[in-house]
Design a binder for this molecule. Structure first.
Ligand SMILES: C[S@@+](CC[C@H](N)C(=O)[O-])C[C@H]1O[C@@H](n2cnc3c(N)ncnc32)[C@H](O)[C@@H]1O
Length: 216
């Protein structure tokens, strides 16, 4: 499945920003305002695409330490060009299922509009939790299957788009977070026009700070 996703995004990378401009700008502005990043926090953006989130953040906080990872080399190439003026950001090719970072590396892990592509949501969340610092924060934004239009997209895409994996309701998504050791801090749903209902949740790893103190 990851090969299919990679090939598909390699093919559409050159037009992705133009075709999805309104959706990208609205969803990622919402994510930026929601995440309220401190300018010194280290941020990992999982499935960063063309780096628009990084660019939005860096316009306001030009020394924000950020790493974006994605499966698609062509999406990453556009991200690198977009953010080339900012030395504190870098981009790497990697899968959410095997993040090339040490345990407890990041203050914040974000991911936008990609969760419905992940082969195994539990594996993805465990991996994101592994690279988060004990007091770190996970912020995930994705399509929300509570909306009937999203259920329709999911139905159609499952049949006609080989890269599409599965959309989730907010309750399903929150169950995954709880199963993988996260405590949900804040969550909401919002619309972009009539066509898209999105969900966003912030969560913190449960218990890892206690384990750290015990092991000192
Ligand atoms: C709809 S785009 C979203 C890009 C960006 N986050 C944004 O909001 O504009 C989905 C991205 O997820 C990436 N992706 C999908 N599955 C992935 C995986 N398993 N690991 C890393 N990236 C993945 C794709 O390559 C694509 O760039």
């Amino acid at each position: 499945m990851e090969t299919t996703v990679r090939q598909q995004y390699n093919q559409i990378a050159a037009v992705y920003d133009r075709v999805w401009s309104r959706y990208i700008s609205k969803s990622l502005s919402f994510l930026k305002d929601w995440a309220q990043l401190t300018s010194t926090s280290s941020v990992l953006d999982v499935a960063c695409g063309t780096g628009t989130f990084e660019h939005l953040v860096l316009l306001e906080q030009p020394t924000q330490p950020m790493i974006g990872i994605d499966l698609s080399e062509n999406m990453l190439e556009i991200a690198r060009q977009k953010c080339c003026a900012y030395p504190t950001v870098s981009f790497q090719r990697a899968s959410v299922a095997a993040l090339p970072f040490a345990d407890r590396s990041f203050d914040v892990v974000v991911s936008a509009s990609a969760f419905h592509y992940f082969d195994d949501p539990i594996v993805a969340l465990i991996e994101m939790r592994r690279v988060l610092k004990p007091a770190g924060e996970l912020v995930i934004l994705d399509w929300c299957k509570d909306d009937w239009l999203c259920r329709l997209y999911d139905f159609v895409l499952k049949r006609f788009d080989p890269a599409h994996e599965q959309c989730y309701t907010q309750a399903e998504f929150h169950r995954f977070l709880n199963q993988t050791g996260f405590q949900i801090q804040r969550a909401t749903r919002f619309r972009i026009g009539l066509a898209w209902e999105l969900m966003i949740s912030s969560a913190k790893p449960i218990g890892s700070s206690d384990r750290d103190q015990e092991s000192v």
